[in-house]
Design a binder for this molecule. Sequence first.
Ligand code: SF4
Ligand code: SF4
Length: 392
Amino acid sequence: MASRVLARPPAFRSVGRSLLLTLPIALWSLLMFTPSFREPGRDRHIGSLAVILFMTTLFFLMMRTGKTYQWRRWFFVALGLLFPVGFIASLVAVRGTMSIPVERMVSGDTPFCYMVIPMLFIPAALARTIIFPGSILPTANNPHSIAIMIGIWLAMTLVVGKGWCSYVCFFGGIEEGFAAIPKRARIGRSVRKLDPRLRLVPWAILLFVVVLSAALFEPVYCMWLCPFKTVTEYPAVHSVETALQMGIFITLFAGLVIVLPFLTKKRTQCAYFCPFGAFQSIFNKINLFEIRFDREKCVDCTLCQTACPIMALSAESIREGKTLMNCMKCGACVDSCKKSAAVWHLKGTKVALKPERARLLFLYGAWAMATMFGGSILANSIATMLHWLPVK
Ligand code: SF4
Ligand code: SF4
């Protein structure tokens, strides 16, 4: 290993070529946000303009530097931190509170959340019942309907597979934000030594919530296990049961989304708990893009394994030239590899033949999706915050 000569770091692209490669994303951003400039509202215009500049600049930097993870993280953490701002503001505007009484949940007066998608299919097939009590079609109170959310999920999943967890999931952005705060992991080594079978926990939770939701005809995960209820909407506390639910939500959020990511610099909730992440892993099988390892260049230094935020690599998987099934295509392993052995790969082509082309094709799809979905959330949250400003 030590005798190998260090590969040169990836060359920066020229400014002109980077701008050219960024042009499709700039045009896509304009297409997405131009309609908002036709509507009245200075705050909304500023939010849209900020998002166009933000997303285009980050993509340009990805092209210019050849690095993916660090620039993607700026967007993803902003999404995670600003999503609750816009969401809570809309809840308070509509209902006057973040909490929701059970009877209003049952009447469908609640925004649909993609986390519940795996739990929908069996009850829908068995009894033509949508167990999540949201509206199928958008209403004035609930613009985020089930039909819209499932359409968005399907389109994005086909384009990015489990890349959903790196480019779309605002919940993951919150966790990545806390993981980004410390310079070094306080208990990083201990995480590496954890029993690899712990990676199966999200699958076990997925099985548990799917089966129990089908048996009870209610979204068990949302009602009992979702850490993110803490920063979205929670059941109004008026009984021992609802107090217990709130206790579980807050404990899981504090432990898995704040404390452990802060101590380990890993996305511990995503790696060891999230059933939706496990569900998305299945779609990596049909997604065209993946990360592979060029065994000719790899020296088994395991730097990439250390860099991976969700433990989607093992020494064995690297030796086999592959990631584990839960890879979320964040690019941290590729960026960390000093031998250029970790590469983006288009399935069906020779490994490491044209990795930059594979990366570019993947990023066009992922960033277009991120701009459309996450960008809209960011623009809305920025407009909300501007609206709160005492000075106009
Ligand atoms: S692919 Fe991973 S293990 Fe191999 S050289 Fe690169 S960082 Fe080291
Ligand atoms: S294997 Fe690489 S791309 Fe996949 S999640 Fe880990 S660091 Fe990200």
